[in-house]
Design a protein around this ligand. Structure first.
Ligand SMILES: Cc1ncc(COP(=O)(O)OP(=O)(O)O)c(N)n1
Ligand SMILES: Cc1nc(C(=O)O)sc1CCOP(=O)(O)O
Ligand SMILES: [Mg+2]
Length: 565
């Protein structure tokens, strides 16, 4: 049986309804299925039964891609790639499975094609209930044209919908990514299937995204070796009927960059990205098409959708270039890079607050040391968490310092927080922030930083502490326990004030303000269970040797825990 895998994205251009992207990604189904799909889809567009159910104003509609695709048991391509790419791009993805493959990084061990009727049933299920709410409905289908590909060759003439006025199938845009030749070089479609592909699918497509080999196959085997060849190919494929063509040049010989050529029928656009040397390229085609679908689902125009998809695939490839999944020669990518970077971070442990070193730009200047040197020394001395409190440093320098400090902190497993500056924390990917009562509200910081980053909030009263909990803080900094010269006009709350804050909250607390060798034990002996440590500036950094002072303070703190026991 000859197979032609292709990836299709369809977008409705019914006016005044917004676009509906539909992505067709690698998988298996018969040609009949795509016609059934289009029939159902078009029906959904006009039939009351399928029309969007009422949605009350308070509910939020999400962009939705329906992927009709094959399952890749290895998780790198097909349905799995589409779901992950859509999730990563913030788009809901429902699925119709057209084939189940047994495959891994070594190869494909088996394919089990889902019966056509059951593909159609899945389509009906999704389309009838999760419906053509036209502004957000997206479909994604990856199909293999099977033996019975001729079954619906005359679909257009047979299907009354295709002829009825205003419901031309051409009003539903379709993007086709032909997977005739896989990234691994396997030919997935024989020559006889190409006619049906050219005659039936390309003319319906709004974008077709072949790689070089596929573009060549579509054009009867013309050699494609230069960017000029790619332009000619894009134009020739465009002449077959799709509204837009993206010829992917990943395999272009003698090119340092990966160059893709996009042609919209009027203009050519070249997308260049640096070539990422990695064996982990399985699923790039699916991912590109899924991302185009997802971006269209969000309302992008085609050119912007392609641009964003290119950037996303490049970022995923770069992130995944050294990951090891499976023992075969072509590994998958890891689409959820943003979530992944959060997983790599060690979760916050309240015991991290034990010896909390807070840097100070004036003190570093006074002692002629860089922020990075100050942080290194504090970590060597045993600081368990670092806060960069650099009030007088330019933003660019602060960011560079934060990135450099983060590298050191990660090596030692010490969390790095940024004082006040959510932007610097985000840009440097620091572990979190410390904010005060006059800084950005903690709930806003939480919304910006996401669920994983550490947020500390300064609290002088039980009310502050209660609000910090409500706002999603991870810990409280409470002080000034003693008078301090480091922070101007700081109100001293004393040990009693500290205790009041501690007992009014379940959040872990770190004490701050005027704390050093001479009084750290008194603070720790307060004996409230959620008081986890002391935060110190001048007693560490307004000293000649930061490492020695940190070490000495650590010993004092350890002593205090022994005494407490
Ligand atoms: C651990 C810790 N606790 C309290 C503070 C003070 O924060 P804030 O009130 O925002 O004052 P500034 O540090 O921004 O001057 C802190 N930085 N760290
Ligand atoms: C940054 C800061 N916040 C305080 C608060 O009371 O919230 S006290 C303070 C300064 C702490 O510096 P030192 O350890 O040199 O006294
Ligand atoms: Mg502040």
């Amino acid at each position: 049986m000859e197979h032609l895998c292709f990836q299709v994205l369809s977008t409705s251009f019914f006016t005044p309804k917004p676009q509906i992207p539909v992505l067709l990604s690698p998988g298996a189904a018969s040609i009949k299925s795509i016609h059934q799909y289009r029939y159902l889809y078009l029906k959904a567009m006009q039939d009351d039964k399928f029309s969007t159910p009422p949605c009350d104003e308070s509910k939020v509609r999400v962009p939705h891609v329906l992927t009709v695709a094959g399952s890749d048991s290895g998780g790198g391509a097909g349905i799995q790639a589409d779901i992950k790419a859509c999730a990563a791009r913030g788009v809901y993805c429902s699925t119709v499975i057209t084939a189940v493959t047994a495959q891994n990084t070594v190869g494909v061990q088996g394919v089990n094609i889902v019966p056509e009727d059951f593909v159609a049933e899945q389509l009906r299920s999704v389309l009838s209930d999760m419906p053509p709410n036209v502004s957000i409905l997206h479909h994604s289908t990856k199909i293999v044209l099977g033996e019975n590909r001729h079954a619906s060759v005359n679909w257009h003439s047979e299907n009354p919908l295709s002829k009825s006025e205003g419901i031309s199938p051409y009003k539903t845009a379709l993007v086709v990514d032909p997977v005739m030749v896989s990234t691994s070089g396997h030919t997935l479609a024989g020559p006889s299937i190409l006619d049906s592909f050219r005659e039936e699918l390309l003319p319906m497509a709004d974008i077709v995204t072949p790689n070089l080999k596929e573009a060549s196959a579509l054009l009867g085997g013309v050699p494609l070796e230069t960017i000029a060849d790619m332009r000619s190919a894009a134009k020739a494929i465009h002449d077959i009927g799709p509204r837009n063509v993206l010829v992917k040049g990943g395999d272009l010989p003698a090119s340092l960059d990966a160059v893709d050529v996009f042609y919209d029928g009027n203009d050519f656009y070249e997308f260049r990205s640096s070539r990422i040397m990695t064996p982990n390229t399985h699923g790039t085609g699916c991912t590109l098409a899924s991302t185009v679908a997802a971006e269209l689902a969000k309302g992008s125009q085609m050119l912007s959708a392609v641009k964003v998809a290119k950037r996303y695939v490049e970022a995923v490839l770069s992130y995944s270039k050294n990951i090891a999944i499976g023992g075969g020669c072509q590994g998958p990518m890891d689409h959820l890079l943003k979530l992944k970077s959060n997983i790599e971070r060690r979760p916050f442990d309240p015991c991290d607050l034990f010896l909390y070193a807070v840097t100070d730009s004036r003190m570093n200047k006074k002692w002629g040391r860089s922020i990075v040197d100050a942080v290194k020394a504090a970590i060597e001395g045993g600081a368990s968490i670092i806060q960069l409190r650099e009030k007088e440093v330019e933003t660019g320098d602060f960011l560079e310092a934060a990135k450099a400090c983060l590298k050191i902190c990660r090596v030692h497993g010490v969390p790095l927080l940024i004082n006040d500056r959510i932007d610097v924390a985000l840009a440097s990917d620091a572990d979190g922030v410390h904010i005060g009562q006059s800084d950005m509200p903690a709930h806003v910081a939480r919304a910006l930083l996401g669920p994983d980053k550490i947020i500390g909030v300064s609290c002088k009263t039980p009310e502050h502490a209660q609000q910090a909990w409500i706002d999603g803080a991870d810990y409280i900094g409470s002080g000034g326990v003693y008078p301090t010269n480091t922070k101007e006009n700081n109100k001293t709350i004393g040990l009693d004030g500290l205790k009041t804050v501690c007992v009014s909250s379940k959040l872990p607390v770190v004490a701050i303000g005027g704390i050093g060798m001479s009084n750290a034990q008194a603070v720790m002996r307060l004996g409230v269970p959620n008081l986890k440590g002391v935060a110190v500036v001048s007693a560490l950094f307004d000293r000649e040797c930061v490492m020695t002072e940190t070490r000495k303070l650590l010993e004092v703190l350890k002593e205090s825990t022994k005494i407490a026991k």
